[in-house]
Design a protein around this ligand. Structure first.
Ligand code: PGA
Length: 251
């Protein structure tokens, strides 16, 4: 039942916004989102803005997230950040398995599996991204790719209570080419039935599945009108307050 799932709209700022820009954005956003009680909000900033944003977002009900983390607790991993460190600066969520991490930084399914396990064990919530490349879709392998990514990432997780899945077809990210609501819905429905197979129907019914890939004010309502789309992970359109606010106010 879609009515039992509260949509989650997330901003993924990627490597954009300085500390000052992040703070100014969030301070201006808070008054604009008052009264939006039927949806949840998440802002995923760069590491350098997290601590300041956590102070501003405290008691607003708006979640704060990081965009990556390492799976080890600590150690000689120059340039990396642990789950404990993210919790320490006030993060609620971490995005894991984003296609830019998979394809630009060569993260493997195995690394993503370890990260998901560590994040959840540590008490972070996870937005787990999955999605196929253009050539995988064109050769009819999109579902197989998504199934492999999901089975690997979820291996040995007993519950999915703190996990959200984001379906992000790689060819739709930052390209202006959104999946049609029908194509997105087909994959979301496939993901939900896969979760029902791997877990049970209650788990599948409760799970939030976001869509990501060129979401903007002009297409959010149609996407959200689909029975298995429970929110959005928004990149480009989350960088300007006006467009992000219009996305947040979808009806
Ligand atoms: P986009 O990015 O909205 O700019 O396509 C989405 C994402 O990468 O999460």
């Amino acid at each position: 039942m879609k009515e039992t799932r509260k949509p989650l709209i997330a901003a993924n700022w990627k490597m954009h916004k300085t500390l000052g820009e992040s703070v100014a954005f969030v301070e201006a956003m808070i008054p604009k989102v008052r009264g939006l009680e039927d949806r949840e909000l998440l802002v995923c900033s760069s590491f350098t803005s997290l601590y300041a944003l956590s102070k501003i977002l405290k008691n607003t009900g708006i979640y704060l997230g990081a965009q990556n983390m390492h799976f080890a607790d600590s150690g000689a991993f120059t340039g990396e950040v642990s789950a404990t460190m993210l919790l320490d600066v006030g993060c609620d969520f971490v995005i894991l398995g984003h296609s830019e991490r998979r394809h630009v930084f060569s993260e493997t399914d195995e690394m993503i599996q370890k990260k998901v396990q560590k994040a959840l064990q540590s008490g972070l919530k996870v937005v787990l991204c999955v999605g196929e490349l253009l050539e995988e879709r064109e050769s009819g392998r999109a579902k197989e790719v998504v199934r492999t990514q999901l089975k690997s990432a979820l291996e040995s997780l007993e519950t999915l209570d703190s996990l959200v899945i984001a379906y992000e077809p790689v060819w739709a990210i930052g390209t202006g080419h959104t999946a049609t609501p029908k194509d997105a819905e087909e994959m979301h429905s496939f993901i939900r039935s896969l979760i029902s197979e791997l877990y049970d129907s209650d788990t599948a019914e409760r799970l939030l599945i976001q869509y990501g890939g060129s979401v903007k004010p002009e297409n959010i309502s149609q996407l959200m009108g689909q029975p298995n789309i429970d929110g959005a992970l928004v990149g480009g359109a989350s960088l300007e307050l006006d467009s992000f606010s219009r996305v947040l106010h979808f009806d």
